[in-house]
Design a protein around this ligand. Structure first.
Ligand code: ZN
Length: 291
């Protein structure tokens, strides 16, 4: 099954659901994540894509989970078109299971969640709230209410197999419009309380539309968008990395030329860019020209 997104409404509410195992597995593989960092990163990337589903073309969103736990920061960037990239400071964290589950909350620790929206406005907007549990979904839900005054419910899940492969991942975001009827809110709240864990539903082969149908069970549902494709994608390339090196300046490039080579790794996707002496000398010439 391809990673995908659906968007539905019922009177007074809207909902998004995503199935994301392929892109989360790609991130896990690119960053060589152990299961807990894979789950933390996968949940954050899936959450960022859910928030990006509300954006206009060319807009994007960044989630930064900054806790004091061993995992360090978890960062995800998602674009309105359905692409996402992300990384975690320490992909090699391992902790004992908690109640049979990956202890993402302990690995993240206490701290803050920062969400930045890059919209058509000149200045991007960043909001910050305290982490509630470090389990990501609750932290995003609390952020949306406290920082953006949008009552929401977020569910996120990533299941990693014993041989360290992502076998299920996905999530939903449900938001109430100001005119939402109390009876509708109560019904959806009750449906979500009865819902199986996201990972269990994805593992059983449920598609995004099936999961939203359960979230909105008993209500007249309208499908607005079906099967937008989602993917892991980083816009880094040779030219951007060259510009970063040029930005380091002449002295730094001279050091690299003396070492004979340089290797730059993109934080977001793990891609390596390698530069030999000749290439570095050419870049140094361009610094001189910039001056
Ligand atoms: Zn990259």
């Amino acid at each position: 099954m391809k990673d995908h997104l659906v968007r539905d409404t019922v009177p007074g509410m809207r909902g998004f659901d995503e199935i994301t195992p392929n892109l989360v597995e790609e991130a896990r593989r690119r960053h060589d994540c152990f299961p807990i960092p894979a789950a933390a990163l996968g949940r954050t990337m899936t959450g960022a894509l859910l928030l990006a589903a509300n954006l206009k073309t060319d807009e994007s969103i960044t989630i930064r989970i900054c806790g004091n736990g061993p995992i360090g920061q978890v960062i995800a960037d998602a674009r309105a078109g359905g692409s996402v990239r992300g990384y975690v400071s320490n992909p090699h964290v391992d902790l004992p299971l908690k109640g049979g589950k990956l202890d993402v909350g302990e690995a993240v620790g206490g701290g803050h969640i920062h969400i930045t929206r890059f919209t058509g406005l000149k200045q991007p907007f960043t909001g910050t709230t305290e982490l509630v549990s470090g389990e990501i979904a609750e932290d995003i839900t609390n952020y949306l209410l406290a920082s953006e005054q949008t009552p929401s419910s977020v569910g996120l899940g990533v299941l990693v197999s014993p041989d360290n492969q992502v076998i299920a991942a996905g999530g939903f975001l449900v938001q109430a419009f100001p005119d939402a009827d109390d009876a509708v809110l109560a019904k959806v709240e009750d449906n979500i309380r009865r819902l199986a864990p996201v990972t269990a539903m994805v593992e059983q082969g449920l598609e995004a539309q099936d999961i939203l149908a359960e979230v909105f069970a008993g209500l007249p549902l309208t499908l607005h968008e079906d099967r937008s494709e989602l993917s892991f994608c980083c816009p880094c390339n040779q030219e951007r990395i060259e510009n970063v090196l040029i930005g380091l300046g002449e002295d730094e490039l001279t050091n690299m030329i003396e070492e004979g080579r340089a290797e730059v790794r993109c934080h977001f996707c793990g891609e390596y860019y390698r530069f030999d002496k000749q290439h570095l000398s050419a870049l140094r010439t361009r610094v001189a020209k910039v001056k």
